[in-house]
Design a protein around this ligand. Structure first.
Ligand code: SF4
Length: 444
């Protein structure tokens, strides 16, 4: 009989460090559903209205149609009722870390099955993950094993392998071969990131056209090796690569995809009612017609026309390469891009969605860079037209963009919609995936 995934077989992302720096960001962005046992534990902690902000109760019903389910209360600005002004958790401060609900103790970790055991991933919506700041994960292995045991307590005994592609049913050993080849391609740091991404898109497109399940592990490895070599010959370097520009239909589909990545869907957003929905409709029109001013997202994403964001900006630095490569490597190593971790997509189709997060991040980073540049110019009392420093994407822009992207990737209901999945397949069917990646990641 198959065994339950065993926390002793815990694999860790190799490039990643993390410790919490108490910025409080996660406590402002997530709705935390609690179990019945957690609800009773919070009751036994004896919180009273005087201890909590705005006189809020510690928890409230999850929704009108979710009888018997509860979530932690949130303040009017969306922050958790237990978050202090210093960015600390009241439960943690008074009763210790184990007294917190499991989702709060888990974030930013995630656990996914590998077939043999479990693999740990991290969410890049946490700024400390983005900056690779803190202790290496190997030194945190004992805590991670404990968390893993609690997280997988109600997982089924046997976790079926995901599909390899729309055409191929899956088998864990074949999934491992595919992921090993993708990681090998990504680690070729002498090849520019943009070219690595386009090559990976090209060879995965080629192998997705056949039923891979008929192959043995050795045959799949050899097939991928031959296809990769052929693609590398066809796309030898950044200067001579001939990739057709993305067509208009694809660019419209892409900007609509970007719109889904900008959504936060917090309790505050959900409570805006018709006014909120009307505003959302207006925003959708800007993305669809690619005209007008982009909707303001937060204080640092304001007042930028969409046409300006569609113009390329310089972004390629060793730090940008390191961050974006580490992001994709972590997602691959942690199997966070297919199956239940990614809207039940097959491995290859899930990988294409992961690839698209890079152009989406660059696009959003341009927006952030332009808004930052405008603000700086105003502060210096000079209009943006006469500022001496040309605008370019800096680390701060990429980090803000990637945090927003990973907050949604695999978690936003909108990105799991059938229409979004079919749009991705339409990009591939019309040979537009490589064009899109090439186009959006260009520099001015
Ligand atoms: S977002 Fe990250 S660093 Fe900030 S409080 Fe949450 S876990 Fe800690």
């Amino acid at each position: 009989m198959a065994k339950r995934p065993n926390a002793r077989l815990l694999e860790l992302p190799l490039l990643q460090n993390w410790s919490c720096h108490n910025c409080g960001g996660c406590c402002k962005k997530h709705l935390i559903e609690i179990t019945e046992a957690e609800r009773q534990r919070i009751d036994s902690q004896g919180w009273n209205a005087a201890e909590l902000p705005e006189g809020l109760p510690p928890y409230v019903p999850l929704g009108r149609t979710s009888e018997g389910r509860y979530r932690l209360s949130q303040r009017a600005d969306g922050a958790c009722v237990f978050l202090t002004d210093e960015g600390l958790c009241r439960i943690h401060a008074k009763f210790g870390e184990p007294a917190k609900p499991l989702p709060c103790r888990l974030y930013p970790y995630v656990f996914h099955p590998t077939g043999k055991g479990l693999v740990v991933g991290l969410r890049y919506s946490c700024p400390s993950v983005i900056r690779n700041a803190g202790r290496d994960l190997v030194s945190q292995q004992d805590d991670l094993k404990q968390l893993a045991q609690e997280t997988i307590a109600d997982w089924p005994e046997e976790i079926p392998a995901p599909r390899l592609s729309d055409r191929s049913p899956g088998a864990w050993p074949l999934v491992d071969v595919l992921i090993a080849a993708l990681l090998d391609e990504l680690q070729q740091r002498d090849v520019p990131l943009r070219l690595r991404l386009v090559r990976m898109a090209a060879w995965t497109e080629l192998i997705s056209t056949t039923n891979l399940t008929d192959l043995t592990v050795a045959q799949l490895r050899e097939t991928i090796r031959v296809v990769r070599e052929t693609v590398a010959q066809l796309l030898p370097d950044e200067q001579t690569v001939m990739v057709a520009p993305a067509d208009r239909l694809t660019l419209v589909g892409f900007t609509q995809l970007v719109a889904y990545y900008t959504r936060e869907d917090t309790i505050v957003d959900q409570s805006k009612g018709w006014a909120g929905r009307w505003k959302l409709l207006q925003d959708i029109l800007v993305y669809t017609f690619r005209r007008g001013r982009l909707p303001d997202l937060a204080t640092d994403w304001k007042g930028i026309p969409i046409r300006d964001v569609e113009q390329a900006l310089p972004w390629k630095t060793p730090a940008a390469d390191e961050l974006l490569t580490r992001y994709v490597v972590t997602k691959l190593q942690s199997r966070a891009f297919f199956g239940p971790a990614y809207y039940h997509e097959p491995v290859i189709e899930g990988f294409w969605s992961l690839l698209l997060t890079i152009p989406v991040t660059i696009w959003l980073a341009r927006w952030h860079a332009l808004a930052r540049w405008q603000t700086q110019a105003r502060r210096q009392n000079a209009g943006p037209d006469i500022t001496s420093e040309p605008c370019s994407i800096q680390a701060v822009d990429l980090e803000a963009a990637l945090a927003r992207v990973d907050h949604n990737h695999g978690y936003s209901q909108a990105l799991g919609m059938r229409s979004v999945k079919s749009r991705l397949r339409s990009f591939v069917r019309r040979d537009q995936l490589t064009s899109l990646i090439w186009d959006i990641t260009r520099e001015s």
